[in-house]
Design a protein around this ligand. Structure first.
Ligand SMILES: Cc1cc2nc3c(=O)[nH]c(=O)nc-3n(C[C@H](O)[C@H](O)[C@H](O)COP(=O)(O)O)c2cc1C
Length: 203
């Protein structure tokens, strides 16, 4: 493998705080994300940097919905209502799972894609920009000592839930980013070997 594509760990001179953060970042399950969540000042910072992403055409094709405090339980009740409409015999455990869906981590940020047809900017690029928002938010929260998990699950794809939380017809959930303090240490998971995902385009 050429020198320029060797993993960073073999090049200690490249190690810095941001690289170290990216190397240790891991998701945890929402039930492992506990209070306290971000302060109002931290939240402003998190959303400010989350919105500082590449955005072809400067369309701002995304927005945020915040789920905090008792509103997290309201979101769970909305999810349960939909599930019960589909299956009135839903088990008690499944009902509980819906009710607590947004109420485990102290903060859940929905990143909403507003991608729409545009004369010059493909919708694909607008969607990618929403993904970048999710990742900036994840990294920024990690930098402040929080742990996150980026989830979608059925709620992200159900038009009834989308309408219930205020999405317009063309809007889509890019991710629900659950944010809290970790109550366990996360061990890493296997990561792709660079040999398997890197090819060199030859001259
Ligand atoms: C767009 C998107 C949606 C995801 N939705 C889910 C989900 O619904 N449920 C789930 O268990 N993991 C989901 N994940 C994966 C987790 O966010 C998490 O990244 C992964 O389980 C652990 O990887 P990490 O520790 O490197 O973050 C999703 C990831 C992405 C990028």
């Amino acid at each position: 493998m050429p020198e320029s594509t060797k993993p960073e760990s073999t090049k200690p001179e490249l190690t810095n705080e941001t690289i170290r953060l990216l190397k240790r970042r891991r998701s945890l399950k929402p039930f492992n994300l506990i209070a306290p969540g971000p302060t109002p000042e931290e939240l402003t910072d998190l959303l400010t940097v989350a919105a500082r992403v590449p955005d072809h055409g400067k369309l701002v094709p995304w927005r945020f919905i915040l789920f905090q405090g008792a509103a997290r339980e309201r979101a769970g009740r909305l999810a349960l209502e939909i599930k019960l409409a589909d299956d009135p015999s839903l088990s008690q455990a499944a009902r509980e799972a819906e009710l607590t869906r947004f109420a485990q981590a102290p903060l859940v940020v929905a990143v909403v894609s507003r991608a729409a047809p545009h004369a010059k900017i493909p919708e694909w690029e607008q969607l990618l920009s929403a993904g970048a928002v999710c990742m900036n938010l994840t990294i920024a929260a990690t930098a402040l000592g929080y742990v996150t998990t980026w989830l979608t699950e059925w709620c992200a794809y159900d038009p009834r839930f989308a309408a219930a939380i205020g999405l317009a017809g063309h809007e889509r959930i890019a991710g629900f980013i659950h944010i809290g303090r970790p109550n366990v240490e996360a061990s890493d998971r296997p990561r792709p070997a660079l040999e398997e995902i890197v090819t060199i385009f030859e001259a």
